[in-house]
Design a protein around this ligand. Sequence first.
Ligand SMILES: *Cc1c(COP(=O)(O)O)cnc(C)c1O
Length: 367
Amino acid sequence: MKVPFLDLAPAYAELQAELEPAILDSLRSGWYIGGKDVEAFEADYSHFVGAQHCIGVANGLDALRLALVALGIRPGDEVIVPSNTFIATWLAVSQCEAVPVPVEPLESTCNLDPTRIESAITPRTRAIIPVHLYGQPADLDPILEIARRHSLFVLEDAAQSQGARYKGQPIGGHGDLVAWSFYPGKNLGAFGDAGAVTTNNAELAERIRALRNYGSTTKYVHRMRGFNSRLDPVQAVSLGVKLRRLPEWNARRTAIAERYQTELAETGLLLPQVPSWADPVWHLYVIRSARRDLLQSRLLDAGIGTQIHYPIPPHLQDAYRDLGWKEGQFPIAERMATTVLSLPMGPQMDEGSVDAVIAAVRAVTRE
Ligand SMILES: *Cc1c(COP(=O)(O)O)cnc(C)c1O
């Protein structure tokens, strides 16, 4: 039996009867940028995450970048980022000509280690970007407390965590701003690129609304030097249909993760660790193994697709060579890059596929 790492076609098939009339309506409306469909999704999504404002934008990287611009991040400012995140978190900082300052994650959760943040703060530090990696919330309370004490902004990168909860509260309104990606493979994914920012701060919301539209909220009046980064109605109606299904789809992911957690417990692999206050949404199910490459190739032989999130930490990418970071400076991120492996995970995975993954992982780890 073959189990692909990810196949998005079954998700489309499951919702096809609802999606296609909604998309056709939108196409026939004669309105293709902004408008009532975008506003309706923004209202639904802000309600879903418990924030007062939602601003749809073109993608997740832009959500982060517009958020940083709205916070007033300037060239030469420093922004604290996890050493083990997807590179977009860093790129958004660089696009403001600010400097990403890496802080290591906790080995246990792969999320920013709050005890390491203060030693990275300098007089130029302006903001902290915790990432809710793999769909698991970062430990926000101590991070917010440190930010308050040092007058720093908190921008959350929630690209992987639609529906996740921290101490019972949905991710979406803890920090000053929360950036979302609706890239097709995320838990809530569009049919192309899409993103959003949520916040409880009306002034920041208004600024991002202007920034996404050439710095303008009144036609041809430009308050600031903005961007073109808008969510289109076809994506908005699609996301609206999928949002209604998201809690159920996240629950299906959780059921699969629970099977992996119990049925792979004896394999000797390091399985994800979930703090008692976290309700993760399992965007990815990531195990760690010192024999990762062998495990991955043996699973491939057995027909099981896997991925590595992520094989090279940002500080060792050529894109950041000019910052002068060397191998060995962020050993936790570097060790994760060589040991992590993401198993197949998704709401449309059937029991037989989960059985096959578990059987194959057990067989390979018994060798
Ligand atoms: C996907 C992702 C992004 C970027 O989102 P895009 O919509 O692809 O631009 C940013 N941060 C993290 C952690 C992501 O996983």
